[in-house]
Design a protein around this ligand. Sequence first.
Ligand code: HEC
Length: 179
Amino acid sequence: MMSLKLLSFNFVSLVFCLSIFFTFSCQRKKTAEHQEQKIVQEQKIVQEQKVVRDDSEQKQDIYQRQTETSNKGVGPIQEVKVEPIDLALASRGKEIFDMKCSACHKLEERYVGPPLKGVTKRRTYEWIMNMILNPSEMLQKDQVAKELFEQYLISMPYQNVSQEEARAILEYLRSADEK
Ligand code: HEC
């Protein structure tokens, strides 16, 4: 009788121990799985961040390339031939600039529009002339012009400038950038 009682006690405690062991191992497995999931998630986030960074680096590249070397803008001017500065043409350009542009532009400082000193270094000649001759389409289609508009919030108007006058203004801006 006694031994039967002992046996049943042993059995109960065995079951008890087993169940404790089982719950423990289950839990451990769960935390391990959880941690694994977390690591996978973290890796994913790092990868996504990297993709975003790569994207913006690439965008910057394109922006620089377009602004500095090849972006000719949208409009009638395909190619401007460059020669040493023609001072007579530049001074005619200054007259037109004073008449039609100086209400919004100064060379050295921001006014209604951007300061124009250095513009012949940061844009192509074609882009500058297209901006003068075809500003509304430029503002719609050209990435750089769009970004300028986002900064200045005023649309540069077409000032009824002929191609010859625009060329003279470009010569004036070139001469200002040579100094
Ligand atoms: C009513 C004001 C106004 C007048 C007049 C005006 N502009 Fe502009 N211009 C702007 C604004 C504002 C911008 C910036 C882009 C935008 O928001 O349209 C700009 C941008 C430019 C740019 C590009 C500058 C850069 O940093 O790339 C050039 C070049 C330019 N103008 C030349 C001229 C010339 C040349 C004339 C005269 C024929 C002229 N503008 C007349 C307002 C004006």
